[in-house]
Design a protein around this ligand. Structure first.
Ligand code: F6R
Length: 352
């Protein structure tokens, strides 16, 4: 096991600099948002009856962020599509954002082509690839993301900031500038506290990685922003640390999962419970009761609290803690956090 307080070992354990990309999350969010707001020739927002964001994996989570943040705040549904098919309702009054960092993801390309075929109002978002070429040929607006990070999941700030900016420019959401500014400041400060220079004793992300150790992590969050953060933590445990991990959502898990946590069943698992100040009192009481109900399982539970005052700050502060914790988990176990050879190998095989 690597020592998380040995900076040389950390440098050796992260040769492609995933920790640096994570620390840049705030700057990315700002840049993505600015790019989205100032993009040329965007479709009109007037008359839009639904927003559909298509994307997979690290790009798709950008859509989840927008869906969670707009819940209850827009007069139209925001739907995230993680697959080839566009929902039946998509047509001329649907704004479709097709997001793929590489621009080469099969499912997103298929959904994009279908959106163009149906005459939807489409914006393509990528750092190049086939999606950029297709958009040029189709004369579809294309937003070019910066290419300074190597991996889609390390570009989440761009992938969430750009659609926020696009929706704002189309006047489909209220101006987010102030919220973005605060979130960026919060993330910049958090990246110091969670970064490699802080010792495990003073660093919640390193401490969490040490606490998870060899166990399988199960991430819980209440529906909304904590749910999206839980998905991100789970997928980051998978892709950065190359470990199985699972997520589930409250209150739904109270209607099935808790039955599985019978006496003694918790051995080998670590539950990370993501909390934020926007939870209702009813949810707080439910969480307490849930923990009490599963106590005989012996499950080890650790709570991680969001920072800030707005849903954007809560969501991104939870995401940043998880991003750092999962990279530290990788380094602790001698795993290079950046490459995802199984995932890319499968994509290549399917493409071939
Ligand atoms: C790899 C990663 C993946 C990709 C996914 C889709 O770092 O995060 O989950 O995001 O395979 O690829 P893109 O984002 O290029 O469309």
């Amino acid at each position: 096991m690597n020592d998380l307080d040995d900076l040389v070992a950390i440098g050796r354990g992260d040769p492609e600099g995933m920790l640096g990309s994570i620390a840049g999350l705030g700057g990315q969010l700002q840049k993505g948002y600015d790019l989205g707001r100032s993009a040329a020739a965007l479709p009109l927002g007037e008359g839009v009856t639904a927003v559909v964001i298509c994307g997979m994996g690290g790009s798709g989570i950008g859509g989840d962020v927008i869906r969670a943040l707009s819940a209850g705040r827009t007069g139209f549904p925001v739907v995230v599509v993680k697959g080839h098919e566009l929902p039946e309702f998509c047509g001329r009054d649907t704004l479709v954002l097709a997001e793929s960092f590489s621009g080469n993801t099969e499912e997103t390309l298929a959904a994009y082509a279908e959106a163009v075929r149906r005459g939807c109002r489409v914006v393509a978002v990528s750092a190049g690839g086939r999606l950029a070429a297709l958009a040029e040929a189709d004369e579809t607006p294309h937003l070019a993301l910066p290419t300074d990070v190597g991996m889609p999941r390390a570009a989440l700030g761009y992938l969430a900031g750009a659609p926020l900016g696009i929706l704002e420019a189309a006047e489909l959401i209220p101006p987010a500038e102030e919220d973005i500014d605060r979130t960026v400041a919060l993330l910049d400060a958090a990246s110091e506290e969670l970064g490699p220079h802080r010792s495990t004793e003073a660093n919640p992300a390193k401490a969490l990685a040490a606490w998870v150790g060899d166990r399988v992590s199960v991430i819980w969050g209440s529906s909304g922003v904590a749910e999206v953060a839980a998905v991100r933590w789970k997928t980051q445990f998978n892709e950065n640390a190359k470990r199985p991990a699972f997520h589930s959502v409250l209150p739904e898990l109270d209607h099935n999962e808790i039955e599985g946590w019978r006496e003694g069943a918790g051995a080998g698992f670590a539950v990370i419970l993501l909390r934020h100040p926007g939870e209702s009192g009813r949810m707080g009481r439910r969480i307490d009761a849930t923990l009490e109900a599963i106590a005989p399982s012996g499950l080890d539970v650790r709570q991680v609290h969001a920072r800030g005052r707005t849903p954007l700050e809560w969501l991104f502060s939870l995401i940043m803690t998880g991003d750092f914790a999962t990279v530290y988990t990788a380094i602790l176990h001698g795993i290079d956090p950046t490459p995802v050879p199984v995932l890319t190998g499968l994509k290549d095989r399917l493409r071939g």
